[in-house]
Design a binder for this molecule. Structure first.
Ligand SMILES: Nc1ncnc2c1ncn2[C@@H]1O[C@H](COP(=O)(O)OP(=O)(O)OP(=O)(O)O)[C@@H](O)[C@H]1O
Ligand SMILES: [Mg+2]
Length: 287
């Protein structure tokens, strides 16, 4: 379990708190999305979970973060990285090797994965990320999206207990993005891997995540199941969060008294809502 209690953080040299009194829990095996406007503190929250804050970025740190019972401040990044795998928003800063295959081997060998298991892990992760053909390519010859896929393959191959991904599909096309989410879902279901993902592609996130955390200027504005959080469409829009268009449509129809049910999260629910709204409009129009 991940437990964040009263976390307040201010980067060294800054004059304001970037995270303020955040308390939350993430159960083992959960699939959690983090959303919020640009600068809301999403990356910083992921840093507090993987120990980058305060070990790499120092500052004023109040409260506590524990992962699997380990306090992230006491544990240190070395120990934490065995439990929490991270795909950073700044993908170039993450790469350690010169060739795609070596990027995966580096972690697997470092973590002492048995040699007879390594080849299976490498080929499985490469093909799941859709980059089996890039195995021997130099990293500096890859596109941004291909680098993202490499970083995802390298981390997922390690099968950490928790995986934290910060906008991992930022440079990927819709098809590759979906493929990554499907792979994460498989790891989540097959190995009980806890997935924590910052993601702008809201429709995709809502389809795969179970719970959402919404940050607004460093404060936890909302948390709950995807369905519950999206019912607060007004507050989400006000805080600059992108919500599914079908949910926005539901909100507008509700405002015009054409619909009264829950706000839809996907096309099927949107269709059901449209049927209801049309029936209502017909009823009004009937003489
Ligand atoms: N190293 C740093 N030193 C000082 N301030 C920082 C540092 N890194 C981030 N910040 C500030 O902390 C705030 C939160 O940044 P963070 O990167 O966590 O936001 P974010 O929600 O991930 O944004 P984005 O969607 O743009 O990635 C921002 O105001 C940012 O300018
Ligand atoms: Mg960020």
């Amino acid at each position: 379990m991940i437990s964040v209690k009263g976390l307040t953080f201010r980067y060294a040299g800054s004059n304001r708190d970037v995270l303020s009194k955040i308390s939350l829990e993430i159960a083992d095996g959960d699939f959690v999305g983090i959303i919020g406007h640009s600068g809301a503190g999403k990356s910083t929250l992921t840093f507090a979970i993987n120990g980058v804050v305060p070990h790499h970025y120092s500052g004023d740190f109040y409260g506590s973060v524990t992962v699997n019972g380990l306090d992230t401040v006491d544990a240190g990044t070395e120990n934490l990285s065995r439990i929490v795998g991270s795909v950073f928003q700044d993908i170039d800063a993450q790469m350690v090797a010169g060739v795609v295959e070596d990027e995966l081997l580096f972690g697997l060998e470092n973590f002492g994965v048995p040699h007879d298991e390594i080849e299976t892990r490498v080929s499985e992760a490469l093909s799941a990320a859709g980059i089996a053909d890039l195995r021997h390519r130099p990293l500096n010859s890859l596109s941004g999206g291909q680098k993202q896929k490499t970083a995802i393959a390298a981390i997922t191959a390690l099968r950490p207990k928790v995986i934290v991904l910060d906008e991992p599909t930022g440079e990927l096309d819709p098809c590759s993005s979906r493929r990554i989410f499907e792979y994460l879902k498989e790891l989540n279901e097959q190995y009980g891997m806890t997935v924590i993902i910052v993601e702008q592609k809201i429709m995709l996130l809502c389809e795969f995540a179970r719970r959402l955390l919404v940050l607004n200027h460093g404060v936890l504005l909302l948390e709950g199941t995807v369905k519950d959080v999206l019912q607060h469409a007004g507050a989400l829009e006000e805080s600059g969060v992108n919500i599914p268009r079908v949910t926005t449509l539901g909100k507008r129809l509700r405002e015009q008294a054409l619909y009264q049910g829950n706000l839809p999260l996907n096309l099927e629910e949107g269709l059901a809502m449209t049927r209801q709204a049309l029936a209502r409009a017909h009823a009004y129009a009937a003489p």
